[in-house]
Design a binder for this molecule. Sequence first.
Ligand SMILES: Cc1cc2nc3c(=O)[nH]c(=O)nc-3n(C[C@H](O)[C@H](O)[C@H](O)COP(=O)(O)O)c2cc1C
Length: 423
Amino acid sequence: MLTISQEVDPHLEMAALIHQLGERPVLFRCAKGSDHTVAAGICSSRELVALGLDVPREGLLVTLAEALRNPVPPQMVAAAPCQEVVEKSVDLYKLPILTHLPGDGGPYVTAGVAIVKDPELGRNTCFHRLMRLDETHFAARLIEGRGTHTAVQKAGGELEIAICIGNSLGVLLAAAMSPPPGVDELCIANALLPTPLVKCCTVALEVPAEAEIVLEGRITRQLVDEGPFLDLTETMDIVRCQPVVEIKCITHRRDAIYQALLPGGLEHKLLMGMPREPSIYEEVNKVCDCVNVLLTPGGASWLHAVVQIRKRNPDDGRRAIEAAFRGHASLKHVLIVDEDINIYDPAELEWAMATRFQAECDVVVLPDQPGSSLDPSALHVPGVKSRTAKMGLDATIPWRKPSGALRTEQERAAFHKVRYKAA
Ligand SMILES: Cc1cc2nc3c(=O)[nH]c(=O)nc-3n(C[C@H](O)[C@H](O)[C@H](O)COP(=O)(O)O)c2cc1C
């Protein structure tokens, strides 16, 4: 990990430097105006995530899918590193919160994982970007219809919240998952890596004991303008009316490290997309034999997926398209390929399209679907779920001839790439 000892300003300078360094892991020892060290880029590649979970890169999908399928309740502890220091006199200006770009609405916490309790479903854990307003307040972006938003609505507009900054890889990955309603993301985190919990000091919530910094407070009924802010698609997200969060207590480790995460960067994309791959994998496996799933970086690791299947029936490709959309509601385009295609190589994906796909019969178009709030080309109406068209492309070897008759196994084999022998 690269360590920078010179003073770096969290206002515009630090984000530019993180970007310039290609988001490699970096520790800023001296953040201007704050006593906290800042870490960035800690899970900016699949290799780093695999290292952190102690699994090979190719094993990530199955590891995440298993944790999603088998959550493990975390152990409760009485004393925790995240409560070594308790500050009831809150001053958010003491935290090295980055202003990333000149056009931003303000300084933003970007790696904050929020924990709330849904009155019916129990604990919900989710990332929420937070725009600092003053010493004790943030504006929080709560995507409509997701866990935190629906919990606040059920609670009548106000709800206790704990925001953890500087989390384990298990917590970061689980917080980005959308498991079925009522499944606790912290149990998924605990299935990935041991995640003991501790009771908060001023709110009736539990947080990961190993977190670096915890902000305890309340989501209020007050609404303010939130944004503009760079989002996952590397385009500026619009200004919206969002709830104000009031912070009443800060607890932290004695030598707490503040985590920074570049909006629209590699880490943002990886953390958003990778935890959705097991959800797609699980759904596709219900209808055919799924081998692998990739949310591609060109699709902002959110809107485009490649699904690799072991085809056993002529219609498996089409079934996989429908299942992939069920597995990730924000997915806009999906490409289905066979197991001989290297899904990490864009040229091979294009080759599969070029040699196995006919637009007349291998495209599924679904008009006017619920879609992602992050897609600038979708239809966005304030307070209402965004609408979009969706498309699935089946680039698997066609088992039917244009006449409709089935191809023999030998005829299907003719679609495989002929490889030169190694010299
Ligand atoms: C780095 C990062 C930042 C995110 N920022 C937000 C955000 O500001 N607001 C939001 O509602 N979701 C945000 N998300 C997405 C949620 O974490 C994700 O949709 C979550 O899985 C929703 O879970 P839920 O449906 O259980 O609430 C972010 C995700 C990541 C990885």
